[in-house]
Design a protein around this ligand. Structure first.
Ligand code: FES
Length: 186
């Protein structure tokens, strides 16, 4: 598959081939093509780095160093600037995420209603720790600050779906609910 097309001259360089080879170890052809499209769209627009990184993360789900370097090279921005932005905003992730990201709120209202027990239960059930991805790539787990639904504490989000008043004794039930809802959507 030829990625070396379009209006981005640097993509033709040998270095570009080497960088793409590195990316292909992590991502699919299609993902890389989408990243190239984003770079072509934004590379001449000053101050667009944040938007590019947001869009690239949507495509690739996370921003490992090889991808950061690739964006930097092709946007004509220093790798340290890109890395600085990625590490400054907690929104960006440098590690892989599951297809469905589980966020367990550990804000005060949720904490006092045993959010830690929910995290422990989900960790045991999914055989992962905080920040890890299940073997099948389906779920990753994160403890986060207040999700803005304190009246429903303790709160868990799976993808864009919010689960409130979660019973810490039956936390794994939200995984079943999520599967049912997903199957209705899908
Ligand atoms: S503290 Fe959990 S939603 Fe606010």
């Amino acid at each position: 598959m030829n990625h070396m097309n379009g209006n981005c001259p640097k993509l033709y360089e040998e270095r570009g081939y080497a960088m793409k080879h590195e990316l292909l170890m992590e991502f699919t052809d299609k993902q890389i093509e989408q990243v190239d499209e984003l770079i072509r769209k934004y590379r001449t627009i000053p101050g667009s780095l944040l938007v590019v990184l947001e869009e690239v993360q949507k495509v690739c789900t996370y921003l490992p160093m090889c991808l950061q370097r690739y964006v930097a090279e092709n946007m004509n921005i220093s790798p340290s600037t890109v890395h600085g932005v990625v590490t400054f905003y907690s929104y960006f992730s440098t590690v892989p995420k599951g297809r469905r990201v589980i966020k367990v709120c550990s804000g005060t209202a949720c904490y006092v209603k045993r959010s830690q027990d929910i995290t422990n239960s989900l960790q045991q059930h999914l055989h992962i720790k905080d920040g890890e991805v299940t073997e099948d790539g389906e779920y990753s787990l994160e403890e986060v600050r207040c999700l803005g639904a304190c009246g429903l504490a303790p709160v868990v989000m799976i993808g864009a779906d919010t689960f409130g008043l979660v019973d810490p004794e039956k936390a794994e039930e939200i995984l079943l609910k999520d599967k049912v809802e997903e199957s209705h959507v899908g």
